[in-house]
Design a protein around this ligand. Structure first.
Ligand SMILES: [Cu+2]
Length: 190
């Protein structure tokens, strides 16, 4: 857990003295504790799965009887093989779909991507409010700001990975940022 470079160097240099090593291990343990404490807070983090890096995942708080919620994240494909997000599943809802926003006449509507969402080699695909998103259909209960939900993503090539989505404010637009302006798309429409 002690990923700190300075810490690693110190560890190497002090292997000759078990007493000092033990002291430094204690320091490392303290760092590790600080890190794990920080993970309790809603914050950006990354999950690596093969050539894919999933980052900046979040969802948004819902009203008590809201039937649906959206899930948002980035998927970077660092490899040379195209991949595809084929499905997602979570305990918070009865069904999870992969949606896109598209114009239907002059009305913006969302619809399911039955074939999943391509993640081309060398590219980053963004799921964000107003664009591609995960749609949690049939919520088992409200999502409360400050909580974290777990969503399992299934990719055609890379396989499966569990991603933590901190629950942000009902109008959060992206991770680490807050508010959208009044009159923007309400959360209930996504
Ligand atoms: Cu949707």
């Amino acid at each position: 857990m002690c990923g700190d470079t300075l810490c690693s160097i110190r560890m190497e240099n002090t292997m000759k003295t078990t007493f000092i090593s033990a002291a430094l291990l204690a320091v490392c343990a303290t760092f590790a504790q600080a890190e794990s404490h920080a993970m309790d807070m809603p914050m950006a983090h990354e999950v690596v799965l093969g050539d894919l890096t999933v980052s900046d995942a979040f969802t948004r708080a819902t009203l008590p009887n809201a039937p649906v919620a959206g899930g948002f994240l980035n998927v970077m494909n660092n490899g040379t093989v195209d991949d595809r997000l084929i499905s997602a599943i979570t305990a918070i809802s009865k069904d999870t779909q992969i949606h896109e926003m598209a114009m239907d006449g002059d009305v913006m509507k969302m619809r399911e991507l039955p074939g999943g969402l391509p993640v081309p080699a060398g590219q980053t695909v963004t799921l964000a409010p107003g664009g591609y998103h995960l749609m949690f259909m049939g919520l088992n209960g409200p999502l409360l700001e400050g909580e974290t939900i777990t969503v399992r993503l299934m990719f055609e090539v890379a396989g499966e990975v569990d991603v933590q989505l901190p629950v942000g404010a009902s109008n959060q637009r992206m991770i680490g940022h807050g508010e959208m302006k009044m009159g923007d798309m309400p959360a209930a429409s996504e």
